[in-house]
Design a protein around this ligand. Structure first.
Ligand code: BGC
Length: 741
C-alpha cells in the first residue's frame, strides 16, 4: 500500500533527483498520449519518441500490449540519459477487455465485495497488457442526471460513494503495488465535477464549503484514506479557481488536511484550459498549477514548454519543481518500475489473463447484480422458458450499444446481444426478433451521438414499416420483451441532455406494443436515471439494465428467465421530470415543508405542476420475492460521545423465490447547529434470504456516523435526538429514536 512518509523519503529517489537537471525534472511532469486511444481534447501529442529519448516524458497513456509498451519503455530506459521508466496509464473504467456494467450500474449492486472483485479483475487484465496506472475510480457525486457522466459515478450519495471508492481503490491496488497484477489507482475528478451547473459538462461549480465537506468530498477522502496513489484534477472551477490551479484544493485540503502523499495529475489539457477560463496565458496558468500542487500535466505540455522560462524569471523555484518530480518518481518506485521497468511486460500474460472464461463469468454475474427491477405488473417476470417470445426494440439486437460509455479498451464485437442471450438461456422458447423503431429518428441527433462510430442507425425503412413488422410479430406471440432506452454514447463525457426521457421513436413503439394487449416487459438501458412517468403508468414490467457490458445479453436473460432474482437498488433518484433536478434523498427540510400527502398548498415549498417526490426514490428496487421488515430495535436509548449503537431489524422473505435484499439504514439528526438533511444513508447490508426464511440484521452506527462538518468545518457530533429509519429504500418507514449525550 502507498505509505510514503514525507519525513523518510526514498533514498533511491533522492539519489536520482540529485543527478537530474532542471529540464529532466520538468520532463517527468509531462504525460503524453501518442494517439490511438480516445482523445477527449483537441490536442494529441506529437514527436513522442523524440521526447521520450530527450527525457521529456514521465508517462504515456493510450499505449497498450506488452510488445508496444516495451518499445516505449525501452526508449525511456535505454535511450534517455537517466533511463527513468515510464508510467503507463489507461482509462479502465468498467473493465479492461472484459467490460462489466457502467459504474452507475455496478453501484446499484450495493455489493462492495463484488465491486472489489471487479476492480481486481480489471487490474489483472490491464497489467497483463502492460498498464501500470489506472485513471479510475471516478468518485464524483452527481445529483443531476442531465449530466452524461453520471454514468461513470456511483450516484448521488456520499456514504455509498465512499464505500464504493474504498472498494475500487483496494481492488486495483491490492496490498502490494509492485505486484504484477496490481496498478496505481487515480481518484478523479478532484473535485466536485459532478455538480456542473445545469448538468452541462465542464460547466462551473459554485458550492458552499459546508455542502462540499458534507455531501461532495467524502468519497474522494475515502479513496485517499484507502491509499489511492494518485489524484486527477477536474475541469471545473471551485470558488472561482479551476481545480487544476486551485491551491486551497490541492495543497491545503488534499495534502495538508487529508495527508495525501501521492501525486496529482491534471485532466486532459485541463491545465491549458485555464486560459479559456480566463486566468492568463500558458506560462501564467502553468505557474499557477505548479504552485497549487499539480505534479503532472496531461497532454497539454504547459509544464514542459514554460516552467524553465518561469524558473529563469524567478516565478517558480527549483524546489517546487523538485517536489512535483519527486512525487512522480515515488509512484514509479512504489510500482516496482525502478526494480524492473519491464515487470508488466510478459507477452504470455494477455492470453492467460484477459477475457478468460472466469472473467466473462464474473462480468455476467456483475451485470445481473446491477439490474434494478422497477416494476413487475401482474408478476409478469420472470418469464418461463417456453412459448413464443417477441423480442423487439432497437437495442434488442445491438452489439455496439452493450458496453456503455467510456469503455475504450473494450471491444463491442465481443459483446453478447440480448437476442443471443435469450437464445442461449431460453433454448426451449421460440424467440423471434423485430427492431420496431430506431433509437432516434433524428439524423442530426444521431450524428452527435455517433462520434465513435455508429451507435444510432437511422434505418432506410420508414418508422411505420419498422413498427408494423414489430406489431405483426407481437400479435402472434405470447409475450413481448422490448429492449429500449439510450445508445451508449447518449450518456458519458460531453453527452449531457436537457430531456432525459426515452426518445419519441421508442415511446411510440412501447405504447403500440402495450396496445396489442399482450404482456409487455420493458428492458430499459441507459447511462443515467431517465424520466419515465408515462411508461411507469403502463401495465408492464420494467427491468433497468444500464449498459451491462460484454456479457449483456446473457445476464439480461439470466434475470428475465429467473436464473437470478434481481437485487439491484437505485443509487441515484429517478425524477418525474427534469424540472425537479437536482433531486436527491438527503435534501434538507425547509422552513415551510410541503404537506406529507403532497397536496399543493400556497406558501409551502412545492410546485404548481409536479409533486415534490421523485418517481423512484434512492435505494429503490424490487425483487421477484417480497420482504417484510419488523421489530426494529436499538441496543441502547442513550449513548455518550464516542460510543456506538446497534440497530437490529427482522426481515422475512414472504414471497415465492429465494432473494437478496439490501437492508438500508437512514439517520436523521433532529436538531443541530447547521440545518440537517431530512435523512442520510448511514449503513446497509446485503443479505440472502431463502424463500420463507427470516433473519435478524444488525447494523452498527459508529461515532463517526453521527458526525458532520459544522460551520467552522470541524467534524463533530452534537448532543440531542437522532431518528433511525430502516427499510427497503430511502422512504423507509420503520423508525426509532435515541439520544446522544
Ligand atoms: C476525462 C478523464 C480521462 C481523461 C484521459 C478526460 O477527458 O475527463 O476522465 O481520464 O480524459 O482519457
Amino acid at each position: 500500500m502507498w505509505t510514503i512518509n514525507a519525513q523518510e523519503r526514498i533514498p533511491e529517489v533522492e539519489a536520482l533527483l540529485r543527478k537530474m537537471t532542471l529540464e529532466e525534472k520538468i520532463g517527468q511532469l509531462n504525460l503524453l498520449t501518442p494517439g490511438g486511444g480516445v482523445a477527449t481534447g483537441e490536442v494529441v501529442s506529437k514527436n513522442v519518441e523524440a521526447k521520450i529519448k530527450a527525457g521529456q516524458v514521465g508517462g504515456l497513456f493510450g499505449v497498450a500490449g506488452p510488445d508496444k509498451v516495451r518499445v516505449a519503455q525501452e526508449l525511456a530506459v535505454k535511450e534517455s540519459r537517466l533511463g527513468i521508466p515510464l508510467l503507463i496509464g489507461s482509462d479502465v473504467i468498467h473493465g479492461y477487455k472484459t467490460t462489466y456494467p457502467i459504474p452507475l450500474g455496478l453501484s446499484a449492486s450495493w455489493d462492495m465485495d463484488l465491486m472489489k472483485q471487479a476492480a481486481q479483475m480489471a487490474a489483472r487484465e490491464a497489467t497483463a497488457d502492460g498498464i501500470n496506472w489506472n485513471f479510475s475510480p471516478m468518485v464524483d457525486i452527481s445529483r443531476d442526471p442531465r449530466w452524461g457522466r453520471i454514468a461513470e459515478t456511483a450516484g448521488e450519495d456520499p456514504y455509498l460513494g465512499s464505500k464504493t471508492a474504498e472498494a475500487m481503490v483496494k481492488g486495483y491496488q491490492g496490498s502490494d503495488l509492485a505486484a504484477a497484477h496490481t496498478l496505481l489507482a487515480c481518484v478523479k475528478h478532484f473535485a466536485l465535477y459532478g455538480a456542473a451547473e445545469a448538468g452541462r459538462d465542464y460547466h462551473s461549480v459554485d458550492m458552499s464549503k459546508i455542502k462540499m465537506f458534507n455531501q461532495y468530498l467524502p468519497p474522494y477522502k475515502a479513496a485517499v484514506d484507502a491509499g489511492a496513489a494518485s489524484v486527477m484534477t477536474s475541469f471545473n472551477d471551485i470558488d472561482g479557481v479551476p481545480a487544476t490551479g486551485n491551491k486551497w484544493l490541492l495543497t491545503d485540503l488534499l495534502r495538508k488536511r487529508w495527508g495525501f502523499d501521492g501525486f496529482v495529475v491534471s485532466d486532459y489539457t485541463s491545465l491549458n484550459e485555464m486560459i479559456a477560463h480566463g486566468l492568463g496565458d500558458l506560462q501564467a496558468v502553468s505557474t499557477l498549477a505548479l504552485k497549487a500542487g499539480l505534479d503532472m500535466d496531461m497532454v497539454g505540455e504547459g509544464f514542459l514548454t514554460t516552467l524553465k522560462k518561469s524558473f529563469d524569471e524567478g516565478k517558480v523555484t527549483e524546489a517546487e519543481i523538485t517536489d512535483a518530480c519527486r512525487r512522480v518518481l515515488e509512484a514509479k518506485y512504489i510500482s516496482g518500475l525502478f526494480d524492473d521497468p519491464y515487470r508488466y511486460l510478459d507477452s504470455k500474460r494477455p492470453e492467460k489473463d484477459i477475457l478468460t472464461k472466469e472473467n466473462r463469468a464474473l462480468a455476467r454475474k456483475l451485470a445481473a447484480h446491477s439490474f434494478v427491477l422497477l416494476k413487475n405488473h401482474n408478476d409478469m417476470l420472470p418469464l418461463g422458458n417456453k412459448g413464443k417470445i417477441a423480442l423487439i426494440g432497437p437495442l434488442a439486437d445491438s452489439r455496439e450499444n452493450m458496453l456503455g460509455t467510456w469503455a475504450p479498451t473494450g471491444d463491442f464485437n465481443l459483446a453478447v446481444t440480448v437476442l443471443e442471450g435469450f437464445k442461449n438461456v431460453a433454448s426451449e422458447a421460440n424467440i423471434q426478433y423485430a427492431k420496431g423503431s430506431n433509437i432516434s429518428n433524428d439524423p442530426e441527433f444521431a450524428k452527435k451521438v455517433n462520434v465513435f462510430g455508429p451507435r444510432i442507425e437511422v434505418e432506410e425503412r420508414s418508422p411505420e414499416a419498422l413498427l408494423k413488422e414489430a406489431l405483426d410479430l407481437a400479435k402472434t406471440s405470447d409475450v413481448v420483451v422490448t429492449v429500449v432506452g439510450e445508445a451508449t454514447e447518449m450518456s458519458g463525457e460531453a453527452a449531457s441532455r436537457t430531456d432525459i426521457s426515452i426518445p419519441d421513436s421508442q415511446k411510440k413503439l412501447i405504447r403500440a406494443l402495450v396496445d396489442t394487449g399482450k404482456p409487455v416487459v420493458l428492458v430499459l438501458m441507459s447511462g443515467r436515471p431517465l424520466t419515465i412517468p408515462e411508461e411507469f403508468e403502463l401495465p408492464v414490467a420494467i427491468l433497468q439494465v444500464w449498459h451491462p457490458g460484454v456479457e449483456a445479453g446473457n445476464a439480461i436473460a439470466d434475470v428475465v428467465f429467473g436464473d437470478y432474482n434481481p437485487s439491484g437498488k437505485l443509487t441515484a433518484t429517478w425524477p418525474r421530470n427534469v424540472g425537479q433536478i437536482p433531486i436527491y434523498h438527503s435534501a434538507k427540510n425547509t422552513g415551510r415543508p410541503a404537506p406529507e400527502n403532497e397536496e399543493f398548498q400556497k406558501f409551502k415549498s412545492n410546485y404548481l405542476d409536479s409533486p415534490n417526490s421523485p418517481l423512484l426514490p434512492f435505494g429503490y428496487g424490487l425483487s421477484y420475492t417480497t420482504f417484510e421488515y419488523s421489530n426494529l430495535r436499538l441496543n441502547k436509548e442513550t449513548i455518550g460521545q464516542g460510543e456506538s449503537i446497534s440497530v437490529t431489524v427482522t426481515i422475512a422473505n414472504t414471497g415465492d423465490y429465494d432473494g437478496e435484499e439490501v437492508v438500508q439504514l437512514y439517520l436523521r439528526d433532529v436538531v443541530r447547529s447547521i440545518t440537517p438533511p431530512k435523512r442520510e444513508l448511514k449503513g446497509f447490508q446485503k443479505i440472502l434470504l431463502k424463500k420463507g426464511e427470516r433473519k435478524e440484521v444488525t447494523i452498527t452506527l459508529f461515532p463517526d456516523d453521527l458526525k458532520f462538518y459544522n460551520s467552522t468545518l470541524e467534524f463533530v457530533s452534537e448532543p440531542g435526538e437522532f431518528e433511525v429509519f430502516v427499510g427497503t429504500d430511502s422512504d423507509a418507514q420503520l423508525s426509532k429514536t435515541f439520544t446522544l449525550k
